[in-house]
Write a protein that binds this ligand. Structure first.
Ligand SMILES: NC(=O)c1ccc[n+]([C@@H]2O[C@H](COP(=O)([O-])OP(=O)(O)OC[C@H]3O[C@@H](n4cnc5c(N)ncnc54)[C@H](OP(=O)(O)O)[C@@H]3O)[C@@H](O)[C@H]2O)c1
Length: 216
């Protein structure tokens, strides 16, 4: 697939590299440093390249939105027409200090985003783990017990494509339902971040849901 990265920071840079290493054609965009985008494209290898958000959006099968909440309008404005595109978002609706969600309970960042781009198909994925764990999950992708990755969205055609990308990175995709489930997913991310950054085990943290046989 052709994947445009909108926001090539901790999440976008790493996920873009892992998508490229899984065989996808990746365009890295949206950084204040063009050299950084070029370095990411080099690290990613294959036919990856650096570009503008508009170039990343052109002919993309999937766009990964990985910017701070305060930059969403700016990067979408630079990307231009995204109608018909699948937008996978890991962006959380955090305040400027990154201390709390500015959209919650009655809506979610993913739903607000979806209303900004009504002709695109938004899927919420990847935002529930810290960037520090991504390469380790990819390295362990051949193991049978993979960490979970929850995702949600309203577009039936977009969701299997997001699930494939989740699998490519090394997670076990868990379809949690329509986009409004992001109202539960986004606060869950703050719990994961608390354990990752304030816990004892370090930030390379993932999670796994397991179904057990019910016993009485
Ligand atoms: N980091 C995590 O572990 C994590 C985990 C889960 C969810 N998230 C969410 O994922 C999203 C991305 O987080 P992140 O940690 O990857 O952020 P980040 O490292 O700050 O990356 C954001 C990207 O946006 C670019 N950018 C910012 N302002 C810009 C401007 N004025 N012009 C052009 N480019 C600009 C940055 O450019 P530069 O390259 O110049 O810095 C960077 O490439 C956020 O919504 C966050 O809440 C993050």
């Amino acid at each position: 697939m052709r994947i445009g990265i909108l926001g090539s920071g901790l999440m976008g840079g790493k996920l873009g590299i892992l998508f490229a290493r899984s065989g996808h054609d990746v365009v890295f965009s949206y950084s204040r440093s063009r050299r950084k985008l070029a370095r990411l494209a080099r690290d990613a290898g294959g036919s990856s390249r650096a570009g503008t958000p508009r170039e990343a959006a052109e002919d993309a099968d999937v766009l990964l939105l990985a910017v701070h909440w305060s930059r969403v309008d700016d990067v979408l404005g630079q990307a231009g027409d995204v109608s018909g595109r699948i937008i996978v978002t890991c962006s959380l609706p955090m305040n400027a200090e990154d201390t709390e969600l500015v959209v919650a309970h009655t809506s979610s960042g993913a739903e607000v985003l979806s209303r900004k781009v009504p002709d695109a198909a938004v899927v919420s994925a990847f935002g529930t783990v810290p960037s520090e764990v991504l390469f380790a999950v990819f390295a362990a992708r051949r193991r049978k017990r993979r960490p979970s990755m929850v995702y949600c969205g309203d577009d039936a055609a977009a969701k299997p494509i997001a699930a494939r990308l989740i699998r490519d990175v090394g997670f076990d995709p868990v379809d949690t339902g329509p986009l409004r489930v992001a109202r539960y997913i986004e606060p869950f991310t703050l719990l994961v971040a608390r354990l990752a950054y304030d816990g004892d085990g370090g930030p390379a943290l993932a999670y796994r849901f397991e179904h057990l046989e019910e016993r009485t």
